[in-house]
Design a protein around this ligand. Structure first.
Ligand code: ACM
Ligand code: ZN
Length: 777
């Protein structure tokens, strides 16, 4: 390291630590800039302010954009002109070496100067400038009596990664052009520079292709089964018309690509192959192995066996035609070709595919997939483009110049980087924004699983096992929004905000400068900006998460409350009523030795922020007692071990929350030993359905009792009676009450579905049975 750069580094660190937290909080910039020096005083934006530009046409364009961004809320029509003497000065400086997208923003009392090497850098700087103004600047309407003051500051800023992406699946549900533009606005505000547009999937083909009009005439439409659970929707029936869907014309696409380009966002189209193409095959069955016929599936498809035939040359001719039109529409360097989740069952029995394997000297169907991707890559490279695909493109050998989008975890990206290929990190664990961000009980129905804001913020895209040289191949990261359960724009906004806000800092700000607490403070103001802009966003992170553990020593339950807010004022009740500003304040774990419904929320200045969380604690004769399993639990879902079913803590709506026990392809048969004889009058047990995860309610639950543990007397069989097709995501409690009996042992047998029912995506495969909490009174 040269001495001068060492001093720069020390100086930068000092600058950052010298501007204290409260001042950083006051500006509340997200993502946090690389270097920021706050000074005293303000610049006051007035109606007669002039914006001047110099250094080329790019600066003129950005000046116009800035004036346009400032206009709606201020009502000012700021004049722009060439020159360097304006109140706000935009300057492209080609004489200095700038990092890509770097800008320097200097706000003084009398003028603002924004300098960069390119218009792109200037544009990123304008986003920072907008955030330095009061949040009302984000409003589309005149904001009235606001003083448009900008604190004096000097900011030097540039991104950590060149690929800062956000994805949107428009196949599972269609989102119109206006919403896509709003989505791009949200991306721009977060300095995101790649919009990954998932245009093709089983449930809809969304891009007009002139040479194959059937792709949208047929492939863009499916039958409307929106009232049914995603994973158990009946396919289109003979004579039934497909009316649900939509697509973008090529003019629409050009309009959106231009709209994004004006914000220096590259649109990377994804044209899935060889799988996730049910919509394409419904239109063009001749490119499958079996020739169809197919219909566009209105819901989940699993496993994905109807895929393009890799043996027919016609398939490749078709795909090259499609990609030719795609490349005409999208100037992006990268074309995403999907590549994920292809089940090779049809390839195994297709004569054409098998001939291809022989003539090309391939070992198996994995190598056939690799052949497929390499052949497409050759075509893209010959046309001056680069191929990117999901990490399954590693199977059977990666195409020579391909870039991997690592979604199943970090491994795909690591494999790519260690073999000299680029990778974009989008692991499910940190980047899939289609899952719950708070307690499923109070969140909109989502894909299974949970990803909290805090976990997104903790994301580190460069795995520690990579050397510095290998790390260079990690070109960035992105969030993904799959829309199986997202039917409208407002919900899409809710799912990405504020998780995208957290991710934007992960991909922009130097890792060492990130701080969860600092981010959390700044987020409050960011949310005010969202309010002004009319963005729907989640306050999930303002919720209290209650985690309970059974304390064997005291035979009681310890209830701990945490939240994503720094030093939250948590108030709670234990009688099931809503907490108020004067309810008891939570300070340390509560010791519970009676049944209770605990409700808690965060308060600020006497007002509840966010929503109420609830946990039911049930202390009863079974609590903490021995459970004997006549049928073993699955190793994958053991909950918290052997007393999970009787630890007094109910599982939430998330089957993965550590409180549920799972039985795979079997019934449940457990005996609870109460330790001594007791008079009992009620037994209850709770089960979950999460049909998308192959979890179904039991068909019936049989209760019986015994004094010796050998001879059991039946009490009641409860028939549960909810059709699997109607179950979706729910929890149900089955209770049986009877005149008092004396018993030491209580047996609960729940009859499961054993296999997933017909029409379900997993039809014929093992079904899950999930139980949590058995109570005996
Ligand atoms: C994926 O989620 N199948 C890329
Ligand atoms: Zn085939």
């Amino acid at each position: 390291m040269r001495l001068s750069s060492f001093f720069t580094l020390v100086a930068a660190t000092l600058l950052l630590t010298s501007c204290n937290e409260s001042r950083i909080k006051k500006t509340s910039l997200v993502p946090l800039p690389v270097e920021m020096k706050l000074q005293t005083g303000h610049f006051r934006l007035k109606p007669d302010a002039r914006i001047t530009w110099s250094g080329g046409a790019g600066a003129a364009i950005t000046s116009g954009q800035l004036a346009a961004m400032l206009q709606p809320a201020t009502g000012y029509h700021l004049a722009t002109a060439g020159g360097t003497d304006g109140d706000i000065r935009l300057l492209i400086d080609a004489t200095t070496t700038w990092k890509k997208e770097e800008y320097l923003l200097e706000v003084r009392r009398k003028s603002i100067t924004l300098t960069a090497g390119t218009a792109e850098g200037l544009f990123r700087g304008t986003q920072t400038l907008m955030q330095l103004l009061p949040p009302e600047i984000c409003s589309d309407d005149p904001a009235g009596n606001v003083k448009w003051r900008i604190p004096c500051v000097r900011i030097t800023d540039y991104p950590r990664f060149g690929w800062r992406g956000m994805h949107l699946d428009v196949s599972r549900h269609f989102f119109d052009k206006e919403f896509v533009k709003k989505y791009i606005d949200i991306l721009a505000m977060h300095k995101i520079n790649v919009f990954h547009w998932h245009l093709v999937d089983d449930q809809g083909w969304r891009i007009e292709i002139k040479k194959y009009p059937k792709l949208t005439e047929i492939g863009a439409w499916r039958v409307d089964r929106e009232e049914m659970p995603w994973d158990s929707r009946e396919p289109q029936q003979p004579g039934e018309k497909a009316t649900y869907g939509g697509f973008y014309t090529q003019d629409d696409i050009r309009e959106i690509v231009d709209y994004a380009a004006e914000r220096y966002i590259t649109v990377v189209p994804e044209i899935e192959m060889p799988a996730h193409v049910g919509s394409a095959l419904a239109a063009c069955p001749e490119y499958s192995c079996t020739d169809g016929p197919f219909t566009v599936p209105p819901g989940g498809v699993w496993p994905i066996t109807d895929i393009y035939c890799a043996g027919k040359d016609e398939t490749f001719a078709f795909l090259e035609d499609v990609l030719t039109e795609v490349m005409d529409l999208f100037p992006s360097e990268y074309i995403h070709i999907g590549g994920d989740e292809a089940d090779k069952k049809e390839w195994k029995r297709c004569p054409d595919c098998q001939t291809r394997i022989r003539t090309e000297g391939l070992k198996d169907e994995h190598e056939l997939q690799s052949y497929f991707i390499r052949r497409i890559e050759r075509f893209l490279v010959d046309n001056g483009r680069k191929l990117i695909g999901w990490d399954e493109i590693l199977q059977g050998g990666l195409a020579p110049e391909a870039t991997v989008m690592s979604w199943q975890g970090f491994e795909g990206g690591i494999k790519a980087a260690t073999s000299g290929h680029r990778a974009v990190m989008a692991p499910v664990s940190h980047c899939y924004f289609n899952v719950y961000q708070g307690d499923p009980a109070t969140e909109p129905e989502s894909f299974r699983g949970q990803l909290t804001l805090r976990k997104v913020y903790s994301f580190e895209p460069v795995p520690p096992e990579l050397s510095p040289e290998e790390s260079e191949y990690i070109i960035g990261a992105q969030g993904c929004l799959w829309t199986e359960y997202i039917t409208n724009g407002a919900t899409a906004e809710y799912m990405i905000l504020p998780r995208l806000t957290a991710l934007s800092e992960v991909v922009w700000t130097p890792a060492g400068q990130r701080s969860w607490e600092g981010f959390n403070h700044r987020l409050t103001k960011m949310m005010k900006r969202f309010d002004e802009a009319g963005f729907n966003y989640s306050r999930g992170s303002c919720r209290v998460d209650m985690s309970a553990s059974f304390d064997e020593g005291s035979n009681s339950i310890l209830l701990e409350m945490i939240s994503e807010q720094p030093s939250p004022e948590i108030r709670y009740t234990t009688d099931g009523t809503d907490p108020q500003a004067d309810s008891p304040r939570y300070r340390k774990a509560l010791k519970m030795d009676e049944s209770a419904t605990v409700r808690a929320a965060i308060f600020d200045n006497g007002k509840m922020i966010g929503s109420i969380s609830q946990k039911k604690i049930s202390i009863n004769k079974a609590t903490g007692r021995q459970v004997n399993y006549n049928i073993p639990i699955s190793d994958r879902y053991r909950g918290q071990g052997n007393n999970t079913l009787v630890n007094g803590i109910r599982g939430t709506g998330d089957f993965n929350d550590g409180h549920w026990q799972g039985f795979e392809g079997t019934d449940m048969d457990v005996v609870i030993d109460l330790g001594k004889e007791a008079d009992i009058t009620t037994v209850s047990s709770s089960f979950m359905a999460a049909v998308g995860s192959w979890i179904f309610l039991p068909r019936s639950v049989e209760y019986s009792f015994s004094v010796d543990g050998l001879q059991f007397t039946p009490l009641e069989t409860v028939n549960t009676g909810i059709d699997p097709a109607e179950q979706g995501n729910m929890t149900e409690t089955y209770s049986s009450s009877f005149p008092a009996v004396t018993a030491r042992y209580v047996r609960i047998v729940a009859r499961g579905l054993i296999t997933c029912p017909p029409l379900h995506a997993g039809a014929g495969n093992k079904a899950w049975l999930f139980c949590d909490e058995i109570a005996v009174e």
